[in-house]
Design a protein around this ligand. Sequence first.
Ligand SMILES: [Zn+2]
Ligand SMILES: [Zn+2]
Length: 251
Amino acid sequence: MNKFKDVLKVFFNTILELIYPEKGICFICEEYDAVVDETHICKKCFNELTFVKGNICTICGKPLELGYLPDRCPDCIRLNHYFEKVISPLEYTGFVKKAIYKYKYGKKAYMYKALGPILVQAFKESDINDIDIIVPVPLHKSKIAYRGFNQSELLCRYISKILKIPLDIKNFKRVKKTEVQNKLDKRERIKNVKNAFKVVNNDVFKNKNILLVDDIYTTGATVDECSKTLLKAGANKVYVLTLATVPIRYF
Ligand SMILES: [Zn+2]
Ligand SMILES: [Zn+2]
């Protein structure tokens, strides 16, 4: 019964996306506002977003505590990541947390239209300019069946279209059904995602610079394992773009 309800909900939201006008509706609060353009976010919601600012870790992009001398967070000082660096425009707290939760678990797939422009802007402001392919962090097929969509894939489609960089959604798979990461500590997270991903055809990623996209960066265990797998398949470099990052003090 629940599954049927879920399918109906996804169906209903897809219809909503089709009937919503291109302008005038904020896809976060769902209010009508004549000045809302095709970025689908009203001024009130935009002002509630907490953007990462000030000193950030040059590797994982997390905001650093004031007075913290090095340009790396304690985590990135301690261990080497497989990815080059992470771009994360938002802090995963308060309003941002609620909005991403609504997008992922509220089956509101169309919200990618409000969140995608934030990612595009962050990428444009970064110093990354050598991406060959955009790839989403894949979900296990059982999760897609349950959720109805892969939130990262929808964001990738949007970014790819706007930035005119090719997208690949078929060659990188999640082959292990992993536990939900948010209940696990750092060590358990690393173990949980170990060998969870697979590249179907190595030739597709050979010598390519990949932009890996996900919604949230917490400890980096997932994107690091993804990056490891992509490099093993012959990729040249992996950069990571996530919507939001969990500030260091929160985990
Ligand atoms: Zn709004
Ligand atoms: Zn860091």
